[in-house]
Design a protein around this ligand. Sequence first.
Ligand SMILES: Cc1ncc(C[n+]2csc(CCOP(=O)(O)OP(=O)(O)O)c2C)c(N)n1
Ligand code: SF4
Ligand SMILES: [Mg+2]
Length: 273
Amino acid sequence: MSSQLVKQYYRADKLPHIWCPGCGHGTLMRAVSVAIDNLKLDKDRVCIVSGIGCSSRAPGYMDFNTLHTTHGRALAFATGVKMAKPDLEVIVVTGDGDATAIGGNHLIHAARRNINITTIVFNNNIYGMTGGQYSPTTPTGELGTTAPYGNIDKSFDIPQLAAAAGATYVARGTAYHAQQITKLVEKGIMNKGFSLIEGISICPTYYGRKNRKGTAVDMMKWQKEHAIDIKAADKLSPEQLEDKFLIGEFKNSIEPEYTEEYQKIIDRFIKER
Ligand SMILES: Cc1ncc(C[n+]2csc(CCOP(=O)(O)OP(=O)(O)O)c2C)c(N)n1
Ligand code: SF4
Ligand SMILES: [Mg+2]
């Protein structure tokens, strides 16, 4: 990002950021900013909302209308903003814990309503901010401070969860594939409905160290070597897909959008009065 874009989209007085060296969240935050820039959105018409977590610090640095809310409640606040001001482009930045543990209920209901909000989940497979507790996306068998002998829970596939609940645009990218995830965020913003983009992040400090994943660079290499684009997956055998994960666009459909449906009721009421 050029220094001009940094000046345009970041709050200088809030920098330097708090993220550890090698954290993937900065790359994902940049992807959101570049997507907004590519779409030439008026920054006064953009509202970025987060919960609490390392990931949820992003809106503190981003110079838009921003709300840094309570843990798990980003989508509840974002829904309020969008209902009150449907013309705003509402974007939620959240973590795997924020979005799928304490905030899981808000996530499925925002998806079910197909409200025009774009949610980017910075998934580092752990609670980073609070010291490495396992989250609903920590892979089975891996370690967290609250799973010292290995996590026995099955982990959520966030895109599958969002698609099943009713999100109309669903995609996954990684911090390594920075250009691709920028495009996915752009498409998510353009979708008129609930969009969920999972950004696979890295937390070298807790998830990486606890699970002996090596350095931040090793973790990025792992993303490069294990991510398969969904368009290429069809041509691969089950053996070739073993221990791999899919990235790309999983769902893109057109369905009635919540604030528009709500407006129709208001219009009908005014007409019949
Ligand atoms: C109601 C409430 N419960 C718990 C916490 C403590 N807490 C703060 S951030 C966090 C987890 C953050 O994990 P995640 O959303 O994955 O973000 P990350 O830090 O990994 O980016 C927790 C449990 C809180 N702030 N508020
Ligand atoms: S604890 Fe993990 S998620 Fe939080 S800033 Fe450090 S590397 Fe990033
Ligand atoms: Mg996390």
